[in-house]
Ligand binder design. Structure first.
Ligand SMILES: Nc1ncnc2c1ncn2[C@@H]1O[C@H](COP(=O)(O)OP(=O)(O)OP(=O)(O)O)[C@@H](O)[C@H]1O
Ligand SMILES: [Mg+2]
Length: 371
C-alpha cells in the first residue's frame, strides 16, 4: 500500500511537546502578570508622589512594568520553545525507538525471513509488550511454515515412491517382453492402490483442516460398532480379539469423517498390536457433557518420548516397534488429529505400561432431543 508522505511521528510528538511547553509557559507568565498587577496602581507616578506627601519614593505604573516585563517574557517563551523542540526531539526519539525496531522486524519478515526476532530488553511497557507479541507471532509463523514445508516435502516424496516403482516395473517389462505379464499387472495394481490410498489420505487431511463439512447429530457408539464390523476380518486374520463396550453418546459433526477417525484408530490398534493373541478394547461413554471414545490395545511397549510425535504426518514410530508387515503411510493419526480438531475435540495418546497404546478422544456432547 502506498501512502502520501506525511510528518513523522517523532516530528509530530516534538511539535506537540514544544507547543505544550510554550502554552504552559505563556499561562504561567500570564498568572504572574495578573498577580503583579494587583499590587501596582494604574496611576501616574507624579500623583502617587503627591499622595505620599512629596516623599521621594521609586514608583512605577503598569505601563512601565509592561515595558520591562514584555521583553523578558518574550525571551523566556522563545527559550521554552527551543528547549521544547530540542527536548521533545530527543524524548520522542527515545520513546519511539522500539517502534522502529518493530517496524524493521516486520519489514524483514515481509521479505520472507521469519527467523529474525526483536527481543527488546527492559521492563514491560506497551511497546515492549507489542514487541513480545510480535516475536511470539513470528515464532508461531515460522514453525507453521517449517511444518508446511516438511509436510509438502514428505508428501511429494511419498507420492513419488509409487510412481518411481511403477516406472521401474514398466521399464523392466519393456526391456524384457517375455516376462510374465500377469505378475507385472498384479504388482502395478498394488503400487497404484497404494498411491490412491495416499492421495485419499492427503485429501482427507485437508478436508478436516478446512472444516468444510455439514454437521449432523452422530451417535459415537454406532460409529464405533460400524468401524469394528468393517475391521473384523483384519482382526481375525491377525488373531486379535475386538471388544466393543459402552453407552450411546451423541456428538455433532460429519458421520463420514468420524467413521474414518474411529476406523483409523481401530485399524492402528489391530496392526500395531502383538503378532498374535492381542486384544483391542473400544469403549464409548458420556462424561460431563463430553462424548468419550477410548481405543486401547496390547502391543510392544512404546517409548514415552515418541508418543507425542505420532500424530505428525508421516510419523511411523521407530523401526524397532514396526515388527509387523503393515507398512502404512503414517497419516492415520494425523488424519485422526485433524478430524478431532475440526470437531472441537481433544486427542490423548497414553502408552500403556505393559505395552500398546490407549487413545482417548473427547468430543462435545449434544442432547439427542435438541439435536
Ligand atoms: N494403537 C497403536 N498401538 C501402537 N502403536 C501405534 C498405535 N497407533 C499408532 N501407533 C504408532 O504410531 C505410528 C503412526 O500411526 P499412523 O496411524 O499415523 O500411521 P501408520 O499406521 O503407520 O500408517 P497409516 O497411514 O496407514 O495409518 C505407527 O506407525 C505406529 O508406530
Ligand atoms: Mg495407521
Amino acid at each position: 500500500m502506498t501512502r502520501r508522505p506525511g510528518l513523522s511521528a517523532r516530528l509530530k510528538l516534538t511539535i506537540s511537546y514544544a507547543g505544550f511547553l510554550l502554552l504552559a509557559g505563556a499561562l504561567l507568565l500570564a498568572v504572574v502578570w495578573v498577580f503583579v498587577l494587583r499590587h501596582v496602581p494604574d496611576e501616574d507616578p507624579e500623583s502617587i508622589r503627591r499622595k505620599f506627601g512629596g516623599v521621594i519614593i521609586v514608583a512605577a505604573n503598569r505601563t512601565d512594568l509592561l515595558r520591562g516585563f514584555a521583553p523578558a517574557a518574550a525571551t523566556t517563551l522563545a527559550f521554552l520553545f527551543v528547549f521544547g523542540l530540542l527536548g521533545g526531539w530527543i524524548l520522542a526519539g527515545r520513546m519511539l525507538a522500539p517502534l522502529t525496531r518493530i517496524a524493521d522486524a516486520a519489514r524483514i519478515a515481509s521479505n520472507g525471513s521469519l527467523s529474525h526476532r526483536i527481543r527488546i530488553k527492559g521492563p514491560k511497557d506497551e511497546f515492549r509488550e507489542l514487541a513480545d507479541v510480535f516475536d511470539t507471532m513470528l515464532e508461531q509463523l515460522q514453525s507453521h511454515v517449517t511444518e508446511q514445508r516438511r509436510f509438502a516435502a514428505n508428501a511429494s516424496h511419498e507420492l513419488r515412491t509409487p510412481l518411481a516403482i511403477s516406472r521401474t516395473l514398466l521399464d523392466v517389462a519393456r526391456n524384457d517382453p517375455t516376462r510374465d505379464q500377469g505378475e507385472l499387472i498384479e504388482r502395478l495394481h498394488t503400487v497404484n492402490t497404494r498411491a490412491i490410498d495416499l492421495t485419499e489420505a492427503l485429501l482427507l487431511l485437508s478436508r478436516g483442516d478446512r472444516r468444510s463439512f455439514t454437521r449432523e447429530p452422530v451417535d459415537l457408539s454406532l460409529i464405533a460398532e460400524e468401524a469394528t464390523e468393517t475391521l473384523l476380518p483384519l482382526a481375525e486374520k491377525r488373531q486379535i480379539t475386538l471388544d466393543v463396550t459402552g453407552q450411546t453418546t451423541q456428538t455433532v459433526g460429519s458421520a463420514a469423517l468420524l467413521l474414518r477417525m474411529v476406523t483409523n484408530l481401530v485399524q492402528n490398534a489391530i496392526v500395531h498390536n502383538l503378532p498374535a493373541g492381542g486384544t483391542v478394547t473400544i469403549n464409548t461413554e458420556s462424561q460431563h457433557n463430553t462424548s468419550v471414545l477410548r481405543v486401547e490395545n496390547t502391543g510392544h511397549p512404546l517409548p514415552p518420548e515418541l508418543v507425542p510425535t505420532l500424530t505428525e504426518p508421516f510419523q511411523r514410530g521407530t523401526e524397532r516397534i514396526r515388527t509387523d508387515e503393515h507398512v502404512g503411510v503414517g497419516l492415520g493419526l494425523a488424519i485422526v488429529h485433524s478430524i478431532v480438531r475440526a470437531h472441537d475435540g481433544t486427542l490423548d495418546l497414553t502408552p500403556r505400561p505393559t505395552g500398546g497404546l490407549l487413545v482417548t478422544i473427547r468430543l462435545p456432547e449434544v442432547c439427542p432431543i435438541n439435536g
